[in-house]
Design a binder for this molecule. Structure first.
Ligand code: PRX
Length: 630
């Protein structure tokens, strides 16, 4: 009888026998001893218009450059090179809506769509380096829009479709975008959400927008303003939208996209990623960790509006010539077997998702999965937050039938791609993301930067540059250097903001964020953003937000509010404040609870001591209170 909770889970022989990477230790050693050689070898597997002169330029740390002198465009590898070979008529994208409508695009068809979109953008005066904001539900056109920007050297800034108009407006303004691409709606749980209405509100606050292109999806009645608003299908029928467009030749270090993410303080920061290094890093990690084969059907069940979607719905799978599954809808709507239906219908081979989604489906019981033939699955994946062993085992046993390794990938918006993850051939430990990916030295260190002993908690650092790293925070090089590279300046370490432990086998166990960042259903939110949203309500004087463990979401948001003089806190106001945060930031940021308080624990310098709030809420020891103001 198999052990009920073994220390290691070993991959099945057929997975191991076919794996792209057959051995970890030796190759890892080689990738560290000759990092540049390793990455050059990977880069050689892609097409370049001109080969690079130098793999890594370290002359201006921490502003590293990769494949310097190389000429490329991510589209050359994601689309163009597939058009001449066997992939030309292969399916690139299979898209399905919640209600079951489907669309599919071969690489040939994808190219036509992207060329048309690119020509439309060009006709609107979009040039290399311009930032185009995209605010859409998970539709094929969202991917076309992203790829079209890349093709002509424009930079996309995708704002997740669940964000509010405030969040959208601030990102448009920060990027100085002239063009916004949106849709008349998305669907979730049978409800139609009118995204164009939200976009209209955002545009009222964003004077830089000159043109808004709207994709018709829901047939909703929307307001179209003359000279500003255009339907995508109208533009597509004009002669400007020719299906032929030459891909712009770019430098490896030219910007591909910016993507906003939350941090400790201040407004979300736009992380900048580039064409060359990002192409190499995402495609290599995807191919090696997820063992991508030409015939695979790959489903990354994230939203393209987040880094997981950028890297592993869109770019890496296309570079690797995969067939991508996209699903616009909730995992459990109309029934908790919606995903398993998709897996069976399309014969999905690899499913990559989040602990939140797994926990959310697990609670409905095994029977929903058992109704379906999931035998095509070969590998499973997890990302976004630490996965609890119980959810891991359910995913492994019930969905993977005990034969699919779970690739638990630790990484961040800033890293572009996987930093710590198992390979299909490595033994697994439920809850641990395993060992560093090739080329990376990962440390768990104390305040001085010394490795902490086995089993002890420390700061997770990356000791080296890697090709997929974000190059800067848009418009703020200093912030980039300060936020990520200043804790261990002497050693040159990158601090991730996570705490972790390393065990006796060298496996890394990520514990969670050390800063004031919450992971709610895998989404990253700063406590400061939630607090600002609360304070923007006329009844609120001060606010504090903390994350507390939540069975499904990982973290739930709990808030403490001091009201203005004369305002009484009651249930109605509580609800109003919850909804206010939801409408300011987006539904994902809506607090579980609003508690009215007379004062907040603060340091003498006026900083809210969230650790004290957390300890109190959990009934734990409040720790050192010596810095607490009277
Ligand atoms: O705390 C870590 C957690 O998510 C953070 C990065 O969030 P974001 O930039 O939104 O990117 C999420 C998708 C890559 C990390 O600092 N995190 C991500 N993956 C894992 C994880 N924590 C534990 N295990 C993971 N596999």
């Amino acid at each position: 009888m198999p052990e009920s909770n073994p220390k290691f889970y070993y991959p099945s022989t057929d997975v191991v026998e076919r794996a792209n990477v057959q051995e970890y230790e030796e190759l890892y050693k080689r990738s560290i001893e000759d990092r540049e050689g390793f990455w050059a070898e990977q880069a050689e597997q892609l097409d370049w218009y001109k080969r690079w002169d130098k793999v890594l330029d370290e002359s201006n740390k921490p502003f590293y450059k990769w494949f310097v002198g190389g000429k490329t465009n991510i589209i050359q590898n994601a689309i163009d090179r597939h058009l001449t070979g066997a992939n030309r008529n292969k399916l690139a994208i299979i898209w399905e809506s919640e209600s079951g409508t489907t669309q599919s695009f071969s690489y040939y068809a994808l190219n036509r769509e992207v060329c048309q979109f690119a020509n439309i953008l060009k006709s609107m005066g979009i040039k290399k380096g311009d930032i185009v904001t995209i605010y859409m539900p998970q539709l094929p056109e969202m991917v076309f829009a992203m790829l079209a920007c890349a093709k002509i050297g424009a930079v996309h800034s995708v704002v997740y479709g669940g964000f509010s108009y405030e969040a959208l407006a601030s990102r448009i303004s920060a990027a100085n975008s002239r063009i916004l691409i949106t849709a008349d709606g998305g669907s979730r749980r049978g409800k139609k959400i009118n995204l164009k209405e939200i976009a209209d509100e955002a545009m009222k606050r964003s004077p830089t927008i000159e043109v808004c292109i709207t994709v018709k999806h829901n047939n909703l009645d929307v307001n179209m303003e003359a000279e500003r608003d255009f339907w995508y299908h109208d533009l597509k029928s004009l002669p400007i939208a020719s299906p032929k467009c030459k891909t712009t030749i770019l430098d490896a270090e030219d910007k591909l996209f910016i993507l906003y993410t939350s941090g400790t303080t201040g407004a979300p920061k736009g992380m900048v990623h580039t064409h060359g290094g990002y192409s190499v890093y995402t495609s290599t990690t995807h191919k090696m960790a997820f063992d991508i084969k030409p015939e695979d059907r790959w489903w990354c069940a994230a939203d393209p509006g987040w880094i997981t979607g950028h890297s592993y719905i869109v770019y890496a799978p296309l570079i690797n010539g995969s067939t991508i599954i996209m699903y616009e809808g909730a995992p459990n709507y109309p029934y908790p077997n919606r995903w398993w239906q998709m897996v069976e219908k399309y014969g999905v081979n690899i499913l990559y998702t989040s602990p939140t989604a797994i926990r959310g489906l697990m609670r409905f019981g095994d029977q929903w999965a058992e109704r379906h033939d999931l035998s095509t699955l070969r590998l499973l994946g997890s990302v976004g937050e630490p996965i609890n062993p119980e959810a891991w085992r359910w995913f492994y046993d019930v969905i993977g039938n005990g034969k699919c390794p779970i690739i638990d990938t630790w990484w961040q918006t800033e890293t572009g791609g996987f930093m710590v993850c198992p390979l299909p051939i490595t033994p697994l430990k439920p809850g641990s993301a395993g060992q560093p990916f090739f080329g990376n030295e990962i440390g768990v260190v104390d305040e001085e930067g010394n490795q902490v002993p086995v089993g002890q908690e420390g700061k997770l650092v990356i000791k080296n540059p890697w090709p997929g790293m974000a190059r800067t925070v848009m418009g703020d090089d200093q912030r980039y250097a300060d936020l990520y590279w200043s804790d261990y300046k002497e050693q040159g370490y990158y601090t991730a903001g996570d705490s972790a432990k390393i065990d006796e086998d060298g496996y890394i166990w990520v514990i969670g964020r050390m800063d004031e960042v919450l992971k709610v259903s895998g989404y990253r939110l700063g406590t400061s953003e939630i607090e600002s949203a609360l304070v923007s309500h006329p009844s609120v004087s001060e606010a504090a937000a903390i994350g507390l463990p939540h069975e499904l979401k990982g973290h739930g948001i709990y808030t403490y509010v001091i009201l203005n003089e004369g305002v009484t806190g009651d249930k109605v106001l509580q609800k109003e404040l919850q909804e206010h945060v939801g409408s300011e930031l987006g539904k994902i940021a809506q607090p579980e609870k609003v508690t009215f308080v007379e004062s907040l624990p603060k340091t003498r310098s006026g900083k809210i001591m969230r650790r004290v709030l957390r300890a109190r809420a959990l009934g734990l020891d409040e720790g050192d209170l010596s810095t607490l103001e009277e």
